[in-house]
Design a protein around this ligand. Structure first.
Ligand code: TYD
Length: 139
């Protein structure tokens, strides 16, 4: 999976008719990785920041299943911000990208689909540590 962009939005299929809309996600077909784990975050107070970390090996796709929130992403070269509010649009985030997720609206539900099981050792939770590690990897 090398050569992927550090982050990119992904449009997911929508099957809509008078009964409503259905969106489907298949790993490897709609996402650039096989899905090993899903988790979701909800009941987040509007002033809270979550996801202040990077992963060494984990690929992620973030989706606003309901409501909205903002995702700030950065790596050694650049940074960007995305407002997610569409359940048929995901934000792919590669390994070694720092994320900060904030601005959760009432009733927001953030779904994360990720490439590996939970491993605390895969997390970089300190931003200074992240900046040092990402610089070393870029050399
Ligand atoms: P945390 O990583 O702090 O959430 P955020 O995405 O906001 O940074 O995770 C919160 C808690 O949930 C923490 O105690 C670890 C636990 N957790 C698991 O046990 N398994 C998981 O797959 C995840 C993502 C978190």
């Amino acid at each position: 999976m090398s050569g992927l962009q550090p982050w990119t939005t992904i449009e997911l299929p929508r099957f809509g008719d008078a009964r409503g809309t259905l969106t489907v996600i298949e790993g490897l077909k709609h996402l650039p990785f096989a899905i090993a784990r899903a988790y979701y975050i909800y009941d987040v107070p509007g002033i809270v920041h979550r996801g202040q970390h990077a992963h060494r090996n984990l690929h992620r796709v973030l989706i606003a299943l309901a409501g909205k929130f903002e995702v700030a992403v950065e790596n050694s070269d650049t940074q960007a911000r995305f407002t997610l509010s569409d359940p048929a649009r995901g934000l792919y985030v590669a390994p070694m990208v720092w994320t900060d997720i904030a601005g959760f609206g009432d009733d927001a539900v953030l779904l994360s689909l990720v490439s590996h099981g939970y491993e605390e050792g895969d997390y970089i939770r300190d931003h200074d540590h992240y900046l040092r590690e990402v610089k070393v990897r870029a050399q």
